[in-house]
Write a protein that binds this ligand. Structure first.
Ligand code: SDX
Length: 430
């Protein structure tokens, strides 16, 4: 696919209301929605629109960041297969790749890693504001507030047309997301905040900020965490990234745009699914109960959380890698007993027509929680882990949107189905 639209052919349509025929260029497998406005029944007709609730069949942008093939189960960041990046790269190297479009040189990577780790520290007032939350406040709600706080501490991020200010906000987002997530975690645990240590690497810092400065770090667990973050780093125009792009299109500061992504990710149909999977596995309790649970799913009383995907109609390649990473982690921590329930659920679903017909396969959320739990991370923190991983994708997509000359403030149209004009009625006459 070239960076400039290439005309592949034309679409001819005849409007039966007028008998008029129109021809539209087809580029990148699309017709431009605004071209359809030429189709009118009269001069004062607004012109034809498309109706696409939930954007099931609408390309919102032209992006060079992530490529998905849902039928083949392919995921590439800037052309590099996710399997290779998970095996050979690191989370911060992938963050650079997503933002800049190329793998960094050794010098670039070293400088970037130092810049990020040096910036992991977060202002004390953010920690103070987090203390105002109830002890049992959900950490995603705390993350929204804590991360949004950054927009008031870095007002210069409002200069979204400034290259240097954009990069400052991008660095801060990647650096501070885990620290604020850790602040939420420590608040929930009733423990003091642990400051990041610039002498340690990013993922080691996350575990230390979660579990304490004296936490014994096993390099195999650090690597597993880094791989999980790589796998969550971007996923083209998913719900939360689309939210970041839409909110960012108003030219609000970067932190506020990313905060919209945090809020969208919180939902159980999106990033909240990894938490819901563990709740589901615990409720099922044993592989013996899988069959009864599947009956509930097929009678629409429950969703099989961690299964299904808007794009993947095949196995989510990330789920395959995560399932493999489980073995490495369990070597250190011991096998999570819920793995047996998950494996039984998967085997049952993959052999059952209800799921086969609907092309429902495990997605990124199905196995990730088992690793987070084995690392000692509580269920309600799983979506915070997803947000930490997705931060580079959000800012890379935000940057691409801000720089895209084709983009402007996001403002869909509607089909009005409400009342026609009517006069106000005094309350005494109602
Ligand atoms: C993520 O978009 C992304 O890229 C997201 C993500 C990323 O990296 O950003 O990949 C991360 O959010 C992964 C998805 C996590 N969510 C879950 O695991 C929640 C459970 N999954 C479902 O809610 C659902 O599969 C969605 C939301 C993920 C996708 O929903 P769609 O594309 O709108 O599909 P649908 O709801 O129209 O379902 C089609 C059919 C329906 O049955 P019918 O009405 O046609 O008979 O499949 C059924 C659905 O009822 N179905 C499920 C199901 N998912 C879909 N039935 C049972 N269990 C499920 N999980």
């Amino acid at each position: 696919m070239s960076t400039e639209p290439q005309v592949e052919g034309t679409l001819s349509v005849t409007d039966s209301r007028t008998g008029q025929t129109y021809e539209f260029p087809i580029t990148d497998g699309t017709v431009r929605a605004t071209d359809l406005r030429q189709i009118k029944t009269s001069d004062d007709d607004f012109g034809l629109m498309t109706y696409d609730p939930a954007f099931m069949n609408t390309a919102s942008c032209r992006s060079a960041i992530t490529y998905l093939d849902g039928d083949a189960g392919v995921l590439r960041y800037r052309g590099y297969p996710i399997e290779q990046l998970a095996a050979k790269s690191t989370f911060l190297e992938v963050a650079w790749l997503l933002i800049h479009g190329e793998l960094p040189t050794a010098k670039e990577l070293e400088g970037f890693e130092k810049q990020i780790v040096d910036r992991m520290v977060v202002q004390a007032e953010v920690g103070e504001s987090i203390k105002a939350f109830a002890r049992n406040a959900h950490p995603m709600g705390i993350l929204e507030a804590g991360f949004g706080h950054l927009s008031t501490l870095y007002p210069e991020a409002k200069q979204v047309e400034s290259g240097p200010e954009r990069m400052e906000a991008i660095i801060n987002t990647i650096a501070k997301m885990p620290t604020i997530g850790a602040m939420a975690f420590r608040h929930n645990q009733g423990k003091d905040i642990v400051a990041p240590d610039p002498s340690l690497d990013y993922s080691t810092n996350i575990l230390k900020m979660f579990f304490g400065a004296d936490y014994e770090v096993d390099p195999r667990l650090v690597r597993a965490l880094d791989i999980l973050l790589i796998l969550h780093a971007d996923h083209e125009q998913n719900c939360s990234t689309s939210a970041v792009r839409a909110v960012g299109s108003s030219q609000v500061d970067t932190y506020s745009a990313v905060n919209a992504g945090i809020a969208a990710l919180y939902g159980p149909l999106h990033g909240g699914a990894n938490e819901a999977v563990l709740v589901m596995l615990r409720e099922i309790g044993s592989a013996d109960n899988v069959s009864d649970f599947m009956d509930k799913v097929k009678s629409r009383e429950a969703l099989l959380m961690g299964f299904g995907h808007r794009v993947y109609k095949n196995y989510d390649p990330r789920a395959t890698i995560i399932k493999g990473a489980c073995d490495d982690v369990f070597e250190v921590t011991g096998v999570n007993p819920l793995l047996e329930v998950a494996v039984a659920l998967e085997a049952t679903a993959l052999a059952d027509d209800f799921f086969i017909q609907r092309k429902l396969y495990p997605n990124v959320d199905f196995y990730s929680g088992l690793i987070y739990e084995a690392l000692g991370i509580p269920t309600e923190m799983f979506t915070v882990m997803f947000a930490i991983g997705r931060a580079p994708g959000w800012v890379a997509q935000w940057l691409e949107m801000i720089q895209d000359k084709d983009q402007k403030i996001s403002r869909p149209r509607q089909i009005y189905i409400g009342s026609g004009e009517r006069d106000y009625v005094e309350v005494s006459a109602r």
